[in-house]
Design a binder for this molecule. Structure first.
Ligand code: TYD
Length: 142
């Protein structure tokens, strides 16, 4: 899974003397149709979230307040994206392992997802994920 498929996307920012506004429209600003929105907040200092990959789900993650790191692995390499602006987000296609950490105090992590919640879409074990990647690589080589 090429790491370059995980990419930072800049969102529109409408700035005025009264503050900033960022808007996200379905399929326009993010490369999928949004089916679900959730957010992480009150994450205690030093805690991490994520620690899983998704079989089919696409996600877009934004630090709408504060900052945190998104560590993405494709089973071979790891890349760290530091999110700290409300008009930038990271797009993560299916089959990338992600861990979120280094949450600043009061930070809010907004996640847009392409499908409803489904526990069977998760790989929560890194070794299972790596085995699935190998199968995936074999079937796409055929
Ligand atoms: P999880 O996806 O593991 O959270 P994170 O990646 O932020 O660490 O989900 C944590 C718990 O919340 C888990 O029990 C499943 C539940 N959950 C839902 O019920 N619906 C959802 O949309 C999400 C994302 C999680």
């Amino acid at each position: 899974m090429p790491m370059k498929h995980c990419k930072i996307i800049r969102l529109p920012k409408i700035a005025s003397g009264q503050g900033n506004l960022t808007v996200i429209e379905n399929k326009k600003c993010v490369p999928f149709k949004i089916a679900r929105v959730y957010y992480l907040y009150d994450v205690p200092g030093g805690e991490s979230r994520g620690g899983h990959a998704h079989k089919n789900l696409e996600q877009f993650i934004i630090a709408v307040s504060g900052s945190f790191d998104v560590r993405i692995s494709n089973g071979k390499k790891t890349k760290i994206f530091h999110l700290n602006r409300a008009h930038f987000g990271i797009y993560i296609p299916p089959m990338y392992w992600r861990t979120l950490d280094n949450f600043s105090s009061g930070s809010v992590c907004l996640v847009l997802a392409s499908k409803p919640y489904n526990e069977s879409d998760y790989y929560r074990d890194f070794q299972h994920y790596k085995n699935a990647l190998r199968k995936h690589a074999r079937s796409s080589a055929k």
